[in-house]
Ligand binder design. Structure first.
Ligand SMILES: [Zn+2]
Length: 228
C-alpha cells in the first residue's frame, strides 16, 4: 500500500474512532439525563436507588381497634411462665396466632416481672382471642391472663394492682361496664374453674374502686385550681 493512501486510511480510521467515542458519550449522558428525570440516582457502587425526594417512604397503616364488649380474666394454670412459654405452648396446640390471650400479667417467676403487663401479638394486631370455648367471647372479649395457678396459690398483690390499672384503662377506652368483666368460668357456657377458687375478687374490685376514686379526686382538684 502507498504511504499516501496509508495516511488517508489512518485519518478515516481516527475520525471513525472519534465519532464512536462521541456517540458513546452522548448515549451515556442521555441515559443519565433520563435516570434523573425518573428520580433515580446512580450510586458510586453501581446500584440504583430512588432519590429520597421522589419516592415517599411507605407509612405502615395504623391498626384499627376492634369492638370489644367483654373482659375475660384467666389464670395460666402453671406457677411460672412468660409470653414465650405460653406462645410456644399455644402454637404447639395448633393456635396459629400464638398466645390465645391479649394481655399477660407476670408474677416474677420466669423472665416476666411481678405485676409486669405484656401485650400479646393478638392485641398488637387486634385479632380475636383464642381463650374461650365460645366464639362470641373470643371475638368480643379481651383476654387477660395472670401467670399462676390460683386453685393452689392466689395471685400476688402486684398482679392485682396491675390488673386493676389495666381494667381501668380498657373500660375507659372501650366503654366496658363492670357487669361485662368476669372470670373465665363465670361466663355462661364456658364450663371452667378458671381463674381458680383463690382469685381475690374483693381485692380486685377494691383496687379498681381506688383508681376511680383517685381519678375523681384529681379531676375535682383540677376544677378547684382552675376556678381560683
Ligand atoms: Zn381461662
Amino acid at each position: 500500500m502507498l504511504p499516501k493512501n496509508k495516511d488517508k486510511i489512518r485519518r478515516i480510521l481516527n475520525v471513525t474512532k472519534i465519532q464512536r467515542i462521541a456517540s458513546s458519550c452522548i448515549f451515556f449522558l442521555t441515559f443519565i439525563f433520563f435516570l434523573i428525570q425518573w428520580g433515580i440516582t446512580p450510586l458510586s457502587s453501581g446500584t440504583l436507588v430512588h432519590a429520597a425526594h421522589s419516592a415517599p417512604v411507605p407509612v405502615p397503616k395504623p391498626i384499627k381497634m376492634r369492638e370489644w364488649h367483654y373482659i375475660v380474666i384467666h389464670h395460666s394454670g402453671a406457677f411460672s411462665g412468660n409470653e414465650a412459654t405460653i406462645e410456644a405452648d399455644h402454637l404447639r396446640r395448633g393456635m396459629e396466632n400464638g398466645m390465645a390471650y391479649h394481655f399477660l400479667i407476670g408474677n416474677g417467676s420466669t423472665g416476666l416481672g411481678d405485676g409486669e403487663v405484656r401485650e400479646g401479638h393478638r392485641w398488637k394486631y387486634q385479632l380475636p382471642g383464642g381463650h374461650c370455648h365460645q366464639e362470641f367471647l373470643n371475638t368480643y372479649g379481651i383476654g387477660i391472663c395472670l401467670v399462676g395457678n390460683f386453685n393452689r396459690k392466689g395471685p400476688t398483690p402486684n398482679q392485682i394492682k396491675s390488673l386493676a390499672a389495666l381494667l381501668f384503662r380498657l373500660q375507659a377506652q372501650f366503654y366496658i361496664s363492670d357487669e361485662n368483666i368476669h372470670g373465665h368460668g363465670q361466663f355462661y357456657g364456658e364450663d371452667s374453674d378458671c381463674p381458680g377458687k383463690l382469685f381475690p375478687w374483693a381485692n380486685l374490685w377494691a383496687s379498681l374502686n381506688k383508681i376511680y376514686e383517685f381519678q375523681l379526686m384529681s379531676s375535682r382538684n383540677e376544677h378547684l385550681i382552675q376556678g381560683k
